[in-house]
Design a protein around this ligand. Structure first.
Ligand SMILES: [Zn+2]
Length: 288
């Protein structure tokens, strides 16, 4: 059993890297990868300890990069990279991240002021790598009087807030995030330069009209090594479809839960959907 998609407090997970290792050990996982959003902070923390004291399996260096494709924000998972090489490019600089996301927060505060929506004055992102939209959505929900300003689904679901507001040009909360993101090819080039492999993350998590067409448009770039097939947003039909797609296109398959700890309480480490363990066999063909 493996899990190649795990988040820690270095992005928007609720657990420290050490806790992740302990849990992976308890579950008897063979291979894991910590893949924080645009961050390798967890690996910097782990450099100070002996990983083998906590986890007997293998930890594959990883990161989940924000990229843009056809104007949509999507994500590419990089595995097996030399982290120093990645770091030296400056692409994961915390300063850049905080500057960008705090800029978004300030813009959303302005929208709130214009619409008489309440928010916390000093709201900002300081140490954890939470995205602005996550922070803002949680903050808006702190004030029950705000509920009347939002459709029920937006109020209740961060994902719907993303879809209907943050990623929707027609919404006052629209953020043109992708203008700051690299392309699939740019990130894939960087991952490969660092000796790693690049995978498209959770296809069915993207808000597009036709997932198959969208997938083709990415895979036909010939930039990626494979696709994340097992994922908590992919039921078995979707997973099997993607596994077949990988076989037909002679690309690799990967899989991970996208574990976030408390932030996504229904997602279990080591499983894609409930009861489906992520098999080691998918990793074998591309493990160096
Ligand atoms: Zn993720």
């Amino acid at each position: 059993m493996i899990d190649l998609h795990l988040h820690t407090t270095s992005s928007d997970g609720s657990e420290e890297p050490k806790e992740i290792l302990n849990k992976a050990q308890q579950l008897g996982l063979k291979y894991i990868s910590i893949t924080d959003h645009d961050s390798i902070g967890a690996y910097e923390k782990l450099a100070e300890i002996n990983v083998a004291d906590y986890f007997k399996g293998k930890l594959i260096p990883g990161c989940e990069f924000s990229v843009v494709h056809k104007g949509k924000p999507i994500e590419v998972l990089g595995y097996g990279m030399d982290l120093e090489t990645i770091k030296s490019t400056g692409i994961l600089s915390d300063e850049k991240f905080f500057e960008r996301e705090n800029g978004y927060i300030e813009r959303m505060k302005e929208v709130c002021r214009n619409l008489n929506i309440k928010y916390t004055d000093d709201l900002s992102i300081k140490s954890d790598k939470y995205f602005a939209a996550q922070r803002m959505h949680a903050d808006l929900r702190k004030y029950p009087e705000n509920e009347k300003h939002f459709p029920k689904e937006v109020w209740e679901s961060l994902n719907v807030f993303y879809r209907n507001c943050v990623n929707n040009e027609g919404s006052p909360f629209f953020l043109n995030q992708t203008k700051d993101y690299p392309t699939v090819q740019e990130i894939a080039t960087l991952i490969k330069k660092a000796g790693g492999k690049a995978f498209l993350a959770h296809l069915y998590g993207y808000i597009v009209e036709d997932h198959e067409e969208f997938l083709n448009s990415i895979i036909y770039l010939n930039a990626l090594d494979g696709i994340e097939c097992y994922h908590s947003l992919h039921d078995m039909d979707k997973t099997n479809h993607l596994l077949n797609y990988c076989r037909d296109h002679k690309i690799f398959a990967s899989g991970g839960s996208d574990y976030h700890g408390k932030l996504k309480p229904t997602v279990n480490m080591g499983e894609s959907i409930q009861g489906v363990k992520i098999p080691y066999e998918i990793l074998k063909p591309w493990l160096n």
